[in-house]
Design a protein around this ligand. Sequence first.
Ligand code: NAD
Ligand code: GLY
Length: 364
Amino acid sequence: MQSVKVPLGNRSYRIGIGRRLLDRVGAECAALQLGHRCAVISDRHVAPRFGKAALRALTRAGFEPFLITVPAGETAKSLKSVQSCYDQLAAHRLERKSFIVALGGGVVGDLAGFVAATYLRGIAFVQVPTTLLAQVDSSVGGKVGVNLKAGKNLVGAFYQPRLVLCDLDTLRTLPEREFRAGLAEVIKYGIIFDAALFNRLERDLHRLLKRNPETLAHIVARCCEIKAEVVGQDETESGLRAILNFGHTIGHALEAISGYGKYLHGEAISIGQVAAAQLSAALLGLPKSDVERITAIFQRAGLPTGVHLQPAQMKRLFAAMQLDKKVSAGELKFVLAKRIGQVEFGHRVPKDLVAATIRMSSPG
Ligand code: NAD
Ligand code: GLY
């Protein structure tokens, strides 16, 4: 197992990356000296596949686990699910020293983390992410929360897990579209932080798409290292952490105006990152060849790179961008790239230029 440390003082924790880690979840939790009782929160797609293995491993290590299953998909990230989890935790008499294991993708991780942050004013939790997106991004860094009707992630907390275990074997059953969507976050790390990673992705994308275990191990570990470094420097996003939002201003707005149904998160931020690259060329001098490389790698990953919007949809897109948590005093702020591997955050971008860039991205 490879190990990456998230350095946050007395809240530091380890990310374990490797194969057959589900079988070790009990032993790893025992090493953290967590309380006896625990809840495994999972969803209806993941629980039937991996729930038993997790419960078995926890029981073998002397814990008393029980399973809470929520519906699969974004709708489960709701206050209704939070309430249902609280009720089940209370029925099983979970105590301050008890803990929660989040077994699933980013939806389960965000929901279970929020439940852990708030139940009895906070109990420990462990992330066992089972999607590529969750392994390289959402399980690390402590952003937990749920959605409101008014928008995504509007209720939440910064609450760090005690451990993250990325079992690469769980990715084998991930639907192809979900896997490719996760690649959008992987490519993002190359653009924002690590030109060598970007080069490697260009070279090894075919291996990654085949889910080659060695390639996956290397790439997931490198992405976790980058996220750990960024979060270690700026846990609550007062500055540097904003770079992780490259492509997300347009991406989140696209998700919102299409009712969180048409695009997966990774697909929306793929379009957003290509648009951000175009804006970077116009405003920061990102070389044209870098824009072409960025566009090409998303295309090779089978991800969308443009969108056709009617005027009314464009209006709604801008309204949605104004609601984004990243808006400050009504101004749109973008993360822009100087070159592949180096970005700057907090750039004001004129609305007209954003609209023209999106119009130009239209697939036809
Ligand atoms: P998800 O959790 O909805 O999982 C995608 C789908 O794959 C679901 O249907 C799920 O049941 C299924 N699935 C999960 N693992 C599987 C496996 N191994 N085999 C088969 N099916 C499996 O989606 P996601 O892309 O993992 O996460 C998206 C969520 O993450 C969004 O709500 C987003 O806001 C959040 N997010 C949070 C952060 C953060 O920092 N907290 C960062 C990025 C995204
Ligand atoms: N996914 C963005 C962040 O963790 O800050």
